[in-house]
Design a protein around this ligand. Structure first.
Ligand code: CP
Ligand code: NVA
Length: 303
């Protein structure tokens, strides 16, 4: 395993399976009251440049359940907000903390932090990717479907951080991946280059029903991500139709599961009735953030 988790492509298939196996074990044991002390005495710094409900609470709770503690580091309060260079902040924090989780805009900022820190860096979402979310998604798919072989994942909507990470994660574990997105909102070129290495396993189209045909898992995400608030009205027009609704379920596999990283906008990327009909899978996915990230912290931080 590399020192950091900066993007899905940092993980091989066998490393993903190791994380999922450990996550499943920790989930089972925690639910059965078994206490863990694996990260006793360790501190995780959490830097958030964007809002969060799931990521913040699951990391904070997760490290506590492993015997460690979390520190919420607001960039507004850190000297970094007043111009202290990242490379100095990184070298100082490396001397206090055992790991850092960071949520920010530019992927380069996370890569730079990892370069200057001697401790593990975990990407808690950038504009480019959301690896912790995809590990939770894969854990949920495996729980509901028993594995990945022969399964097709379909993502409908913006070619954003979620789409980028789902493509890499899904293809790495052997799933077929289909993306339906408007031409001007395709996933990142680096990710499309990655997908070229999986001929016959990857489809990108503007046609929602073509992408969803026979799908075992349907994903979507918000039409306007954090930082794109000013584009929201324009995006509502462009993305109309890029929605998980009954007509999409009708062409998918009859036992299709629906996933959403949340927060969800009912009536935009997903209808309220489909969301509620699949709430069980969607909230298990949200819970699995906790278990997947505990596994990541153990893998990267345990001495
Ligand atoms: N899915 C997700 O990352 O949620 P938060 O933005 O609430 O952390
Ligand atoms: N694409 C969304 C995901 C939120 C978890 C965003 O970046 O805002």
């Amino acid at each position: 395993m590399k020192k950091d988790l900066l993007k899905m492509a940092d993980l091989s298939a066998s490393e993903i399976y190791e994380i999922l196996d450990l996550a499943a074990k920790l989930k089972y044991e925690t639910r059965h009251g078994i206490k863990h002390h694996i990260l006793e005495g360790q501190s995780l710094g959490m830097i958030f440049q964007k809002s969060s409900t799931r990521t913040r609470v699951s990391f904070e709770t997760g490290i506590y359940q492993l015997g460690g503690q979390a520190l919420f580091l607001s960039p507004r309060d850190l000297q970094i907000g007043r111009g202290e260079p990242l490379e100095d902040t990184a070298r100082v924090l490396s001397r206090y903390l055992s790991g850092i989780m960071i949520r920010t805009f530019a992927q380069q900022e996370v890569e730079d932090l990892a370069k200057y820190c001697s401790i593990p860096i975990i990407n808690g979402l950038t504009d480019y990717c959301h690896p912790c979310q995809i590990l939770a998604d894969l854990l949920t798919i495996r729980e509901f479907k028993g594995g990945f072989d022969g399964l097709k994942m379909c993502y409908i909507g913006d070619g954003n951080n979620m789409a980028n990470s789902l493509i890499v994660g899904g293809l790495t574990v052997g799933m077929g991946v289909a993306i339906a997105c408007p031409n001007a909102y395709q996933p990142d070129p680096q990710v499309l280059a990655f997908a070229e290495k999986y001929p016959g396993k990857f489809l990108m189209t503007e046609d929602v029903h073509e992408a969803a045909a026979g799908a075992d898992v349907l994903f979507t995400d918000v039409w306007a991500s954090m930082g794109q608030e000013e584009e929201a009205a324009e995006r509502r027009k462009v993305f109309t139709g890029y929605q998980i609704n009954q007509s999409v379920l009708d062409v998918a596999h009859k036992d299709v599961m629906v996933q959403h990283c949340l927060p969800a906008h009912r009536g935009e990327e997903i209808t309220a009735d489909v969301f509620e009909a699949h709430a069980n899978e969607i909230f298990e996915e949200a819970e699995n953030r906790l278990h997947a990230q505990k596994a990541v912290m153990v893998k990267l931080m345990a001495k």
